[in-house]
Design a protein around this ligand. Structure first.
Ligand SMILES: NC(=O)c1ccc[n+]([C@@H]2O[C@H](COP(=O)([O-])OP(=O)(O)OC[C@H]3O[C@@H](n4cnc5c(N)ncnc54)[C@H](O)[C@@H]3O)[C@@H](O)[C@H]2O)c1
Length: 199
């Protein structure tokens, strides 16, 4: 995939893994859209990168905000890349010292890590479906799973469930073939930017 002149959307692009991906794609010549919460460092980062970098404030769990972000991206050129890096890893034991893991907490972590991934993936695929294929691909969509999908630790019930869902999402997306975009899931192990590992 040639990134020069391509448009790339990176969710969670204001921090950690997403920020590194944005920086690399921008270096490779892509026009990048940093899709992140309005409260983060996304705008400042996009301003720092300068030309070909745009910040779009959106909550990835919100259908209309993500749709609007992809509409903005499509106006900038041909969307060829979407990378899902937004995520949270709020820990919580199933039965902790204060009782059961609150259902709302479980749901929120799965929502941000899994439902958001589908939200970004489906909107990206919808835009890419209109692209002319280059070397057989209309685009590439990368989703961030985790080693926790296969080897979740104590306190990672919600995180591991969400990341397991992300890993499982890859095959049906690939097989549906409608957008002829290449979906990929990456399963990282812990690194210093891991949500929840920083002090
Ligand atoms: N860092 C690791 O060790 C590691 C390992 C395996 C998987 N991962 C996964 O990689 C991804 C990135 O991790 P990271 O370490 O860079 O995290 P990070 O906390 O540095 O970055 C996450 C970004 O997501 C954004 N975000 C969170 N909720 C959002 C929402 N509702 N809407 C929009 N943006 C939102 C945050 O503002 C932040 O900019 C996550 O999905 C994480 O689970 C990380």
């Amino acid at each position: 995939m040639q990134y020069r002149d391509a448009v790339a959307v990176v969710s969670g692009g204001a921090s950690g893994l997403g920020r590194a991906v944005v920086g690399r794609l921008h270096f490779e010549g892509a026009t990048v859209v940093v899709l992140d919460l309005p409260t983060g460092a996304g705008r400042e980062f996009a301003d720092h990168l300068g030309k070909r970098a745009h910040f779009v404030a959106a909550d990835v769990t919100d259908a209309s905000e993500v749709r609007a972000a992809f509409a903005t991206a499509a106006e900038l050129g041909t969307l060829r890349v979407a990378v899902n890096c937004a995520g949270v890893a709020t820990p919580g034991r199933i039965i902790g010292s204060r009782g059961l893991l609150p259902l709302d907490q479980f749901r929120r972590v799965v929502d941000i890590n899994l439902v958001e991934t589908f939200n970004v993936l489906s909107n990206a695929a919808a835009v890419m479906a209109g692209n002319e294929p280059v070397d057989g691909d209309r685009g590439i969509i990368v989703c961030t799973s985790s080693i926790a999908a296969y080897d979740g630790q104590i306190g990672q019930a919600a995180y591991a469930a969400g990341k397991g869902g992300v890993a499982s999402l890859t095959f049906p997306t690939r097989r549906s073939g409608k957008a002829a975009a290449r979906p990929r899931a990456v399963c990282g192990s812990t690194c210093p930017t891991c949500p929840g590992r920083r002090s």
